[in-house]
Design a binder for this molecule. Structure first.
Ligand code: XLS
Ligand code: NI
Ligand code: NI
Length: 437
């Protein structure tokens, strides 16, 4: 493989935890088996095209800091091809099998949607060839229905049908491109689906529109022979003040209400969980409870900031707790771990991109190994089982099965004398966690 954009960076190898090479994996060893599955298959690590290839460091207060060499060409198609070349070089160096994209990450939007459609088709056939040469796959595709000013009042939930139908057309184009590239999943993230003020919003009507649209997407995907999964990615706010896909529980309620529960799963993002005042592991568990734990957008927030900072994962404690839920619920259904994270505005060396992804992958690998240790070599599983053992037999079991009436419960409850305190042992659980790596 000849690198044009990353000439000085060699393929990233696993060197083990004693290595002091910042361009090597210390914990992510793709072929290592963990609870009967290789790390590669557990994680299906993916690069997020929008951050890793398109982000330029600009923020609301300052201009571009990262002038990536692949984004300098002014002709849209040539620029898109350069960017695809860089993406595939990057993925091969990292040893990642997947990437995720929005339609307009691949190529700049045209002046009309019809022009954008032509452009997307051109770059899709270019990328398809590169996939055939390298074996690199698409974890999921999606449509960016939030950047274009036409969506300022919403996309599918826009009060104006002209905009809603435009969004539907854009999503069809992005879905078709995703299928063309063999995407294993398709994501809906509704950055503008919500409201800024309830005063000017008919919430019920907007939600009904979203429900109808998703049902029509289910029909369309079936007609097209799509074998993958649809994922909804919850987020409470930002850019819109209140987003309809607030958190896992809200999305599951919505899916059930509109008859979509058999056709969708969830894509859980760490920083979205914390924005919703939940932990990452809480959001994963809620999705797993519903049999809808589909995929993960990996990143981390900042404890002092209340927005989606999309930093790379380094929070080991958080990741171990997440990997416990992950292993206990049998992993992800169809999805993988997509690094929806960006290097900071002042991280301007090309190698920073690699260091960031390596550390992200190592954090997940380390978290997985620690979770495996907790589940197989400590008292954790027994402790948890014992905590609920009063439901494993006798009256507790009868209650669990719905066999006790309120009168039965009354009789049992009132006749049992003093109930001794049973310690919740939280600190013991925490010490198991803290000593697991
Ligand atoms: C934004 C979202 C977005 C989705 C894809 O906060 O995380 O990047 O993952 O549209
Ligand atoms: Ni995301
Ligand atoms: Ni996000």
């Amino acid at each position: 493989m000849e690198n044009n954009f990353f000439k000085n960076i060699q393929k990233i190898k696993f060197e083990g935890k004693e290595s002091d090479n910042p361009l090597a994996y210390r914990y992510y060893n793709p072929d290592q088996q963990v609870m009967g599955k290789s790390m590669r298959d557990h994680f299906k690590f993916a690069m997020a095209y929008w951050h890793s290839m398109n982000d330029n460091g600009a923020d609301p207060f300052g201009r571009i800091t990262n002038h990536y060499p692949w984004n300098q060409e002014t002709d849209a198609l040539q620029q898109a091809k350069n960017r695809a070349d860089a993406a595939f070089e990057f993925l091969q160096i990292m040893g990642f099998d997947y990437f995720c994209f929005h339609d307009i990450d691949l190529i700049a939007e045209g002046s009309s949607l019809a022009e954008t459609e032509k452009r997307v088709a051109q770059i899709t056939s270019y990328i398809k060839e590169k996939q055939q040469q390298t074996g690199i796959k698409v974890l999921w595709g999606t449509a960016n229905c939030f950047s274009n000013p036409v969506y300022m009042n919403g996309a599918i939930t826009n009060p104006d049908f002209r905009v809603a139908s435009r969004a539907a057309a854009q999503i069809k184009i992005a879905f078709d491109a995703s299928m063309e590239l063999g995407a294993e999943n398709y994501v809906f993230w509704g950055g503008r689906e919500g409201y800024l003020s309830l005063l000017n919003t008919d919430m019920k009507r907007e939600l009904d529109h979203l429900g109808v649209f998703f049902n029509r997407m289910v029909d369309y995907a079936k007609e097209q022979g799509f074998k993958g999964n649809f994922f909804i990615e919850p987020k409470p706010a930002e850019p819109t003040k209140h987003q309809y896909d607030f958190d896992s529980a809200t999305v599951i309620g919505f899916l059930n209400q509109y008859g979509l529960q058999d056709h969708f799963k969830l894509n859980i993002e760490v920083n979205h969980a914390t924005l919703a005042q939940h932990t990452f592991e809480h959001e994963l568990q809620v999705a797993a409870n519903a049999g809808m734990l589909g995929s993960i957008d990996a990143n981390r927030g900042d404890n002092q900031n209340g927005w989606d900072t999309d930093q790379f994962s380094i929070n080991l404690y958080e990741t171990i707790e997440a990997m416990l839920v992950f292993l206990k619920s049998g992993g992800l259904q169809g999805g993988g771990i997509n690094f929806d994270a960006k290097v900071r505005r002042n991280s301007t060396d090309l190698e920073d991109l690699f260091i960031a992804h390596i550390q992200g992958a190592d954090t997940f690998a380390r978290g997985l190994l620690a979770a495996e240790h907790i589940l197989t070599n400590t008292a954790y599983t027994d402790m948890l089982q014992q905590r609920y053992q009063s439901y494993d037999g006798g009256q507790g079991k009868a209650f669990e099965k719905g066999e006790l009436s309120i009168a039965d419960l009354y009789k049992i409850g009132i006749n049992q004398g003093d109930i001794p305190h049973t310690s919740g042992k939280q600190e013991l659980y925490e010490s198991i966690l803290a000593n697991s790596f």
